[in-house]
Unconditional design. Structure first.
Length: 168
């Protein structure tokens, strides 16, 4: 008998996500999306990659923009995803926060996706932990590979990253 993983797909944080991927074309600049659209895009992408996804509400989401479920026995599980539409390097504090969220949620993995990149301290902290750090170039690759979208990331000169306290 094949083992079956059952996930609780009911959570008051879940909201109906928009289908952003189908509206993208090859000229789309990801920095032109608003924060909710960017979170929906990330949710859409992970769904295209074969995961069951649920987007969370904009506020009081517990540091989770998307919850994804990998239904494979043994290797699968709950994945919490945080999306950061940033121009500058994402600080190690965001990676630490994600790790705390993974533990708090009882997730098997956490993924931090950004339009920018990560510094050495972030990679050192994530090393040997159930965390994946996906920078802008990896995001563009995954969009092309799984959604057939050749997007770009170009922040305007006057771009201001959100405050770490307020988040995105």
């Amino acid at each position: 008998m094949r083992p079956v993983l059952e996930f609780n797909m009911v959570d008051p944080r879940f909201v109906e996500e928009q289908d952003i991927i189908s509206g993208l074309d090859n000229r789309t600049n990801l920095m032109d999306l608003n924060p909710r659209e960017f979170e929906s895009l990330i949710t859409n992408l992970f769904e295209k990659m074969g995961l069951e996804t649920r987007q969370t509400r904009p506020s009081r989401d517990g540091g989770v923009d998307c919850v994804a479920y990998d239904p494979r026995p043994i290797f699968g599980g709950k994945v919490v995803i945080q999306a950061k539409r940033y121009k500058n390097t994402v600080g190690v504090s965001a990676v630490r926060d994600l790790f705390g969220t993974v533990q708090n949620e009882g997730a098997s993995k956490g993924i931090l996706v950004t339009t920018s990149g990560f510094g050495r301290a972030s990679f050192e902290f994530a090393d040997h932990k159930p965390l994946e750090l996906l920078d802008g170039s990896n995001l563009l690759y995954l969009l092309a590979e799984h959604a057939g979208v050749e997007a770009k990331i170009e922040a305007p000169d006057d771009w201001k990253d959100p405050s770490p306290v307020l988040g995105e």
